[in-house]
Every structure is written in structure tokens, then in C-alpha cells.
Design a protein around this ligand. Structure first.
Ligand SMILES: Cc1ncc(COP(=O)(O)O)c(C=O)c1O
Length: 283
């Protein structure tokens, strides 16, 4: 069964899916995106993803490509046409196709909307069980990473640096020495006094949909939760660390820059939250 993509109003064969060379996403990274996981062809946390999409679009003054109900319909049609049960849907909106010019094109220019789906490649159970390594790198992104914009060059370079170092992720560190987040994940620690800590959702991080779900689960489980900045030094001295995202769920971090976190094995809180998160997704 060949894969099908959605491109500006049409369902097309995946290998023929293309946008114009003067799409502003291609030339200026002038666009936003979402990645939505689905199970049994049901989008997970769809409302939260569409809320965030709407916010990202509004922050950049890009017109929504269609009404929310229509978008939900296209998502369902695309999932039905692809016959993939469990996977991820990528959705991108750009400011459209226009003669190259830095300023916005005229108001009548329709935004571009593309969507693709693919089978998920879940983190292997052995990796989940063992936990992963992260490295730290300077956070050299623009000052609005809270907008889920498609300009991801610092994230791309950071992820590649992690791979080259044999790590799973790179945690980005701001000028004050605070860990902001991973290149495609949110960062968490559990202090030795048992506090669960993650950066506040200000302009310095992307407010992950998984992050929000895990904050809710942690609070419901009676854990002490603090949304506050934490330093690399604090992270390295923490009892536990983990990361969260739509595709990685809750994944224990067992080393930072080559030094073990806690006893070098996935911590109890990370495991507890991973199980709670997986139970929610399965339900
Ligand atoms: C920079 C960044 N932080 C965090 C996340 C996690 O967000 P979510 O839980 O919505 O997948 C992502 C996901 O792509 C990301 O790109």
C-alpha cells in the first residue's frame, strides 16, 4: 500500500509530494509545524497539538490554512488513506508561495499546508530499559523557541553532535548556565531531595505536549513538581534525569557529558512516569 501525503488540498502519492521552490518555508523557514503521534489511527493529544499550532501561527501572523474542524477532517482522511495503524503525522504550514522578498507577501497569498504520515519507529525496549546518554551544548537558537517554527538548524546541528558523541540527545544550555531543553525533547531532573524539576514554559523552551501531560501525571501522583530553571551543575548532581517528547515518551537519561546521573541507571520516578504515560496513551 503506497503512502499518501496531503499537499495544498490534494492527496498525492508520497514520492510525488512536492512544494514550489518559492515556498517561503523552503526559502526563509517561514513556517511552523506539529508532530502528532497516532495509535490505531487515533491521534494522541490532538487538541493540544492543534492549540499549539494555532498559537505558533498567531505569533508569526500566518493565516490558519483552514478551520480547525476541516484540519481534523484532513488528518482523519490522511490516516484512513495510509493504512498505517501506529505512527506519527507531520503537519507543516508556511506563509505560502510568493516572489522572493523578505517582507510578508500580500494578504491574499494562501498559506501552504502539507501533511505526511509514517510508521512510528519506537525507542527500542532495550534502550528504554537502559536509559540514554545526553551531552550539553550551547543554546544558540533565536529567542523565541516557544514558537514551533521550522527553522531548526541549531537543533539539527545539536542532534548530530549528540550522535557523533554516541549520545541520544543534546541538552542546550543558555548564557546563565541553565539547561533549557533538548534539541527535540524537554529536559527534566529529580533532585536528591526528591523535587521533580523542568524549565518553565517561558519564551526559552517549546512547551511540549508530552511535558504538559507528564506535569499533570506527576502532580496527580503526589510528586513535588517545580517549573524552574536548573543548571548543568545541578543536573549532573541530580538523583535522576529524563527527557520527554511525542516520539520518545518518557526516557531516562543515565549520563550527562559522560558522567553518570545518580547510580547510572534509570531512576524510579522516570520509570513511574513512563508507565503512567504509556498507560494513558494505550487508553
Ligand atoms: C525543541 C523541542 N522541545 C521539546 C519537544 C517536545 O514536544 P512534544 O512533547 O510536543 O513532542 C520538541 C518536539 O519536537 C522540540 O522540538
Amino acid at each position: 500500500m503506497p503512502r499518501v501525503a496531503y499537499v495544498n488540498g490534494q492527496y498525492v502519492a508520497f514520492h510525488q509530494a512536492a512544494v514550489h521552490v518559492e515556498d517561503r518555508g523552503y526559502q526563509f523557514a517561514d513556517g511552523v509545524y506539529e508532530v502528532i503521534a497516532f495509535r490505531r489511527r487515533q491521534p494522541i493529544d490532538e487538541a493540544a497539538h492543534l492549540d499549539r499550532l494555532q498559537r505558533s501561527l498567531a505569533e508569526l501572523s500566518i493565516k490558519p490554512p483552514m478551520a480547525r474542524r476541516a484540519l481534523q477532517l484532513v488528518i482523519r482522511r490522511l490516516l484512513a488513506r495510509n493504512r498505517i495503524d501506529d505512527g506519527i503525522l507531520y503537519l507543516q504550514v508556511t506563509r505560502g508561495v510568493a516572489r522572493r522578498d523578505h517582507g510578508f507577501p500580500n494578504a491574499g497569498t494562501p498559506p501552504s499546508l502539507v501533511m505526511t504520515v509514517r510508521r512510528s519507529r519506537p525507542v527500542p525496549p532495550a534502550t528504554m530499559a537502559a536509559g540514554v546518554a545526553v551531552i550539553t551544548i550551547p543554546d544558540m537558537r533565536w529567542k523565541r523557541p516557544d514558537i514551533k517554527a521550522i527553522g531548526l538548524l541549531p537543533n539539527v546541528l545539536g542532534k548530530e553532535a549528540a550522535r557523533q558523541a554516541g549520545a541520544y540527545e543534546a541538552w542546550m544550555v543558555d548564557a546563565e548556565g541553565h539547561v533549557t531543553e533538548g534539541t527535540s525533547t524537554n529536559a527534566w531532573i529529580v533532585t536528591r531531595s526528591g523535587e521533580l524539576v523542568t524549565s518553565p514554559a517561558d519564551h526559552s523552551i517549546l512547551d511540549g505536549v508530552t511535558r504538559r501531560t507528564v506535569l499533570r501525571l506527576a502532580t496527580a501522583a503526589g510528586l513535588t513538581v517545580r517549573e524552574r530553571h536548573f543548571s548543568v551543575v545541578e543536573a549532573k548532581a541530580a538523583a535522576e534525569a529524563f527527557l520527554t517528547s511525542t516520539t520518545s515518551y518518557v526516557l531516562a537519561v543515565v549520563s550527562i557529558d559522560g558522567a553518570p546521573v545518580g547510580d547510572g541507571r534509570p531512576g524510579r520516578v522516570a520509570l513511574q512516569l513512563r508507565h503512567a504515560y504509556e498507560a494513558g496513551v494505550a487508553a
